[in-house]
Design a protein around this ligand. Sequence first.
Ligand code: F3S
Length: 244
Amino acid sequence: MPLEVAAHAGFCMGVKRAVEAAEKVAQSGKPACTLGELIHNPQVVEELASQGVPPVRSPEEAAGRMVLIRSHGVPPETLEALRTLGCEVADLTCPFVEKLHRIVAEGSSDGTPVILVGERDHPEVRGTAGWAHSQVYTVTSPEEAEALPVMDHAIAAAQTTFPPDRWEAVIAMLEKKVRRLEKHCTICSATETRQREAKELAERADAMIVVGGRNSANTQKLYAACKARCPRTILVERAADIPS
Ligand code: F3S
């Protein structure tokens, strides 16, 4: 049976940049760690740990080492805490996430409330909320947007991996709640491209293999989209898991 690999399979720009930088740090032999798992891919995380760059859960655990910030980004207090603990910081926040931080920080500097459209507990959303200088609301659906108070002016921005159709639905509701709504669609096209390609492949394939971390929301979304179109879809974390 011929095997077709999706044209955009593999890491997106932000993740590729972080992994390459981490590999360079590992080769340098500097005492280093990543704040949280660098990416949702157990093979890469194990490989880096075996080369002396393990993940740590808190700034305190990282004390004295070089700390790599993953592409999701962190709030400014975390960067400050790391520097206070004497850590050298390699900030590998994805440039698209940095842009989101800038929009939130600058837009809220005069007290304008921020509405983040995304998953409340996602590290990128939690990190972004930390850059705001005003009240932050997080909503993930039109129903949650409807429950917000009526506002005169607010800024809305999206988690970079938020589905575009849900963003549109949430914005349609926000326009009824906020008189002057500044919309910043900060969704990154990498996720959408991979979703579109995977769906197109799943519609004509006899079987699909989705390779990715089980704890990655993006992998789970790809798996669900493929399974709905191709019942013989499996999810594996590494090549060795592919049944023969
Ligand atoms: Fe990747 Fe950055 Fe987009 S981490 S999904 S390129 S926002």
